[in-house]
Structure formats: structure tokens, C-alpha cells
Design a binder for this molecule. Structure first.
Ligand code: TXA
Ligand code: MG
Length: 327
């Protein structure tokens, strides 16, 4: 896709300019430590509607509201003791909390829900932009609806460059997977709605209560909650997830790509790839979306992926692979 978007480096002058554009109701693609987001003034109905239009996202799928500091939480949400505890522990960082919303957040941001998803991101350029804008910023991942999330400015330019005007380049996302989402509407029964690099175990230890696993329904009147859409993060090429991959199979099927968690010892061909040479899951998470995009552009008929085993971060990786998969 050719591009009409301009890419900006994070100079003070550019940040001031982009903050003005946000206040004027325009959208800016922004770097975050998780994935790139498409940001607009969360308090403006028109800006929120523009975000949905640019992504081709159904208006029933609510946005995440980003604030610069825990001090601003009360502007957008009604916190409880559990939320404050998690915020102090994990913000700024890749943790999003679902809480009752304040009236400053319009229905257009929350898809009509009485709750809001909120987080303080840690990427310094994004936080500066929020501060300079003076408003909370609504930002979903900056990908066309249903496609793989972007982890570089170039990913954003390639897939949304014709639909947006401004891209702030803050380098590759350090984490590479979207934030962990925890539902805290009922603080005595927290639940993970989307697994991420902050694990269910860490949230449970911080709160001192059990935390429910990814639920398949938000309990919000049958609406679709995070990632409840099948094939949410999919490449165009069919993705097939396997509990185990045999390197020998790759040699027999050159038309397909084979993506291992770590570097296979033998039989490596030009259609064999791995997430990290030593199978380090943090590094694997950082590279997953960009490898999926590369393989999607590589002309393969199918992409076979090995499923990482274990708890914690592996859970988040399995979640994204399952959503990318066609089976
Ligand atoms: O890491 C991230 O969270 C990135 C960066 C940009 O911050 N954002 C992100 O946004 O992944 P998005 O829109 O792609 O995913 C947000 C998810 C959606 O699946 C949405 O359904 C869910 O959060 N969500 C938002 N508000 C909600 C609410 N009030 N109740 C339940 N789920 C909500
Ligand atoms: Mg998304």
C-alpha cells in the first residue's frame, strides 16, 4: 500500500506539533512499549469515531484509554483499592485495567459500555505526547481491523499509511505483544481478559486473591470482550499451530513456511524460521508479529508454527498464535 502519511521523529518540536494535531481532532500513530497504537483525543466523540473508521473496526469493540500518570486515573475511571495497588506496581507498563468509567469518556470510546479500559504506557515519547496533548488518548493497535498488530513505524506505514496522516516513530516496540488486560470491575473477583507479559500469577500475587483466566465472555451483556473475535490477529496466509514441529517435515514441503520457537538443530532450509535462536520467550514475543508479517509477505502457501509450552509468557504467545491461526 502506498502512503500519504508523514513519519516524524520524536523531537520536541514534532511532539508539540503532533499534540496540536490531536487537540484539533486528528489521529497520530504512536509508539508504545507493547505495539504501535492509533491515538486520538479520548474525550472527543469525533476523534473516537475517526479511529474506528481508519481501522475498519466495528463500533462494538471498545478502545483503550491512555493516561500519562496514575494521578489522572480519576479523570477517566472510578478506581478501587485493587486497581490502585496494581497501578502502583505495574504502571507505567503493559497492564490495562477495566474499571467503571467517568463521564469524561464518551460512549464512542467504550462502545456504549459503562466501563473503560485504561493504562499508563511506559514509552517515553508516547507519555510526552499525552502530557502535551493535555487529554487522555484513546488508542487501539494501529493495524487494519483483524490484521497483525504493528511493532514498528514501518508496519504502520505499510498497512494504514493511506488512511492516516501522522506517524510518530519511536523505534521497534520493546515488548511486542499487546498489554495484559485485567477486569477489575469486581475487585474481589479479578479476571484476565487478555494475557500479556504481565502474567496472571503476577497479578494474583500482587492482589492476594485468585485471578480468573481469560474468559470467553465479558459478562457485559453478551458483548464482545478483548480478543473474543475469532482470527483477531491473522496474516492473510493460513497459519497452522502445532504442539510440535518436525524439522524433517519442512524439507518435504518447500511451499510452506515453518516457524519454530527456537533454532532447530538439523535440516534447516530457506523455509525454516525461528522466533529466537535459544528459545528465549521475551525475545520471541518481541519478534513474533514482525516475523508473521514477513512470512505473510513471503509468498508461502501456509505458515506452520510451533506452540510454545509452559505457563506465564508462553500463555500470551499461545493466545496470539491461536488468534492468528485459521484452524
Ligand atoms: O498494548 C495495548 O494494549 C495496545 C497499545 C496501543 O496500548 N492497545 C491495544 O488495543 O491492544 P486494542 O484496541 O487493539 O485492544 C484492546 C482490547 C479490545 O479487544 C477491546 O475489546 C478491549 O481491549 N476493551 C476495551 N475496553 C473494554 C471494556 N470496557 N471492557 C472489556 N474489554 C474492553
Ligand atoms: Mg488490536
Amino acid at each position: 500500500m502506498s502512503s500519504s502519511a508523514r513519519t516524524y521523529r520524536g523531537t520536541p518540536r514534532n511532539l508539540a506539533l503532533l499534540a496540536r494535531r490531536i487537540r484539533q481532532g486528528e489521529l497520530v500513530a504512536v509508539p508504545t512499549e507493547t505495539v504501535y497504537g492509533l491515538a486520538g483525543d479520548a474525550t472527543s466523540r469525533a476523534s473516537c469515531l475517526k479511529i474506528f473508521a481508519a481501522k475498519g473496526r466495528p463500533s462494538s469493540d471498545p478502545l483503550i484509554v491512555h493516561i500519562a500518570s496514575i494521578r489522572d486515573l480519576g479523570r477517566v475511571a472510578v478506581p478501587n483499592a485493587a486497581a490502585l495497588k496494581l497501578a502502583r506496581m505495574f504502571w507505567p507498563g503493559p497492564l490495562t485495567m477495566i474499571l467503571p468509567k467517568m463521564p469524561a469518556v464518551p460512549d464512542e470510546a467504550t462502545a456504549g459500555l459503562p466501563s473503560v479500559a485504561v493504562r499508563v504506557p511506559s514509552h517515553p515519547l508516547f507519555r510526552k505526547l499525552i502530557r502535551l496533548s493535555g487529554v487522555p488518548l484513546a488508542a487501539p493497535s494501529a493495524n487494519p481491523f483483524g490484521y497483525v498488530s504493528p511493532t514498528t513505524a514501518d508496519h504502520v506505514r505499510k498497512s494504514l499509511g493511506r488512511r492516516i496522516q501522522h506517524i510518530l516513530d519511536g523505534g521497534p516496540s520493546a515488548i511486542g505483544l499487546e498489554s495484559t488486560i485485567v477486569d477489575l470491575r469486581n475487585p474481589s473477583r479479578p479476571a484476565i481478559l487478555r494475557p500479556g507479559t504481565i502474567t496472571r500469577g503476577e497479578v494474583a500475587r500482587a492482589l492476594g486473591v485468585p485471578v480468573a483466566k481469560s474468559r470467553r465472555s465479558s459478562g457485559a451483556g453478551g458483548r464482545i470482550a478483548p480478543g473474543q473475535m475469532p482470527r483477531h490477529y491473522s496474516p492473510r496466509t493460513p497459519v497452522i499451530v502445532h504442539a510440535r514441529l518436525n524439522p524433517a517435515a519442512a524439507a518435504g514441503k518447500k511451499s510452506d513456511a515453518w516457524l519454530f520457537v527456537s533454532k532447530p538443530g538439523t535440516r534447516r532450509g530457506s523455509n525454516v524460521f525461528w522466533l529466537d535462536a535459544r528459545g528465549d520467550l521475551r525475545r520471541a514475543a518481541r519478534r513474533l508479529f514482525s516475523i508473521l508479517r514477513e512470512l505473510d509477505d513471503g509468498g508461502f502457501r501456509r505458515i506452520h508454527v510451533e506452540r510454545p509450552a509452559g505457563a506465564g509468557l508462553a500463555e500470551a504467545l499461545r493466545d496470539r498464535l491461536l488468534r492468528a491461526s485459521s484452524t
